[in-house]
Design a protein around this ligand. Structure first.
Ligand SMILES: Cc1cc2nc3c(=O)[nH]c(=O)nc-3n(C[C@H](O)[C@H](O)[C@H](O)COP(=O)(O)O)c2cc1C
Length: 362
């Protein structure tokens, strides 16, 4: 099956999944190991004019999240230019070189990395919320190279649509959405303070917990602005890849889930893509792009009550315990719905572990 995706009119990937910038793409050895997993393109750790001095500990994980205080690459640009990128180039995959942060820094790096780059991905993570300096940087970068310029959107930017319009109007090619979210403050139960080594203990959160936020931002942009979007934030399965593409992304990146479950997750997801596409009745990604933007356009006020399938129900009682309206009861080994109490909220259907509840969610 053809898994290729087009990102705008200048870039094509053999499949839609790339690594996202971070420690798994921190040097050539790590990047070549991911290339061998079959990823459709390569992204580098963000390179800046100087190596980063990273406070430690800098990464903690839970079941469905990572919190980190990493900065940009701990290697200087010289090392990337002379050692890492020449060997990464030999993998024969499209390379997105991530650069940060200020205009003059990015302009000094572009000519050094242009020979290795199929595209640049500019991080604006430490530039604040004001669009003016970012707009100036986009314009200057787009004038400095004919390589496509992607801008990585940090989720603290208040208006992603305005941001996307700005990127397009300044000559940017596309967006990578989203960066990790924060600040967040983790605590360990044994110590009432953050285990992270940053001065304030704050970090940034990523992984499956941020997927709904990433999808909302991508949907908003894709519904309003005609610009290529690479979706990132919480991808951990072939179905997630489909969700992002149906919400308007052209391709996706993944990091945290591969840090939590292992690097072979890239290969596993790529192997699962044909079956996932087929299960939705598609044979390629191009025709499913943005499909979900055409649905869910008006609010529903009709109240529906749950239908319980006694054949599937295992009487685990989760729905009874979860119902905020006390509308469900386990009576004589049967789940009974009181329609006068049921608010039609949908929580029971979304939580049923065996899909024995239907009738509410659209
Ligand atoms: C440990 C760590 C380091 C990261 N470093 C960078 C970075 O150097 N540059 C960047 O643009 N994003 C960086 N990110 C953000 C990721 O590229 C990505 O946008 C974010 O983690 C959401 O994707 P995910 O949920 O698949 O991890 C980092 C994330 C993590 C967890």
């Amino acid at each position: 099956m053809d898994l290729s995706v087009r990102i705008g009119d200048k870039l094509t990937l053999e499949n839609p999944i790339m690594p996202a910038s971070g420690p798994l793409v921190g040097d050539s050895e790590k990047i070549l190991a991911l290339a061998a997993q079959g990823v459709g393109g390569i992204v580098t750790k963000t390179i800046s004019v100087r190596e980063a001095h990273v406070p430690r500990p800098c990464i903690i994980g839970g079941n469905d999240y990572i919190m980190n205080t990493e900065l940009w690459s701990e290697y200087p640009p010289d090392r990337w230019e002379k050692e890492f990128l020449p060997s990464i180039r030999r993998a024969g995959k499209p390379i997105f070189i991530s650069l940060g942060y200020k205009e003059e820094e990015i302009l000094s790096l572009i000519p050094r990395f242009e020979p290795f780059a199929d595209a640049f991905e500019l991080s604006t993570h430490y530039l604040g919320k004001s669009l003016d300096p970012i707009a100036k940087t986009v314009r200057a970068a787009a004038q400095a190279t004919d390589r496509p310029i992607f801008i990585k959107l940090s989720p603290h930017i208040p208006d992603p649509v305005e941001f996307a319009q700005m990127v397009k109007s300044q000559g940017g090619y596309g967006l990578v959405a989203i960066n990790s979210l924060g600040p967040v403050y983790p605590v360990r139960s044994s110590v009432p303070s953050s285990p992270l080594g940053s001065a304030d203990g704050f970090g940034w959160i990523s992984g499956p917990v941020i997927k709904p936020l990433a999808l909302a931002i991508i949907r908003k942009i894709a519904s309003a602005v005609d610009i290529p979007i690479i979706g990132v934030g919480g991808v951990s399965s072939a179905q997630d890849v489909i969700d992002f593409i149906q919400c308007g992304a052209s391709a996706v990146q993944m990091l945290s889930a591969a840090m939590l479950k292992g690097r072979t997750l890239y290969r596993k997801i790529i192997a699962a893509l044909p079956a996932a596409l087929e299960s939705h009745g598609f044979t390629d990604f191009q025709s499913m792009k943005g499909l979900s933007l055409k649905t869910n356009t008006s609010a529903v006020y009709e109240r529906r009550t749950p239908i319980i399938d006694p054949e599937k129900c295992t009487l685990c009682n989760r729905c009874v315990e979860n119902c905020p309206y006390n509308a469900l009861e386990n009576r004589d080994k049967k789940i009974i719905v009181d329609p006068t109490l049921c608010f039609g909220c949908g929580l029971c259907e979304s939580r049923c572990p065996v899909h024995a509840i239907s009738g509410i969610l659209r």
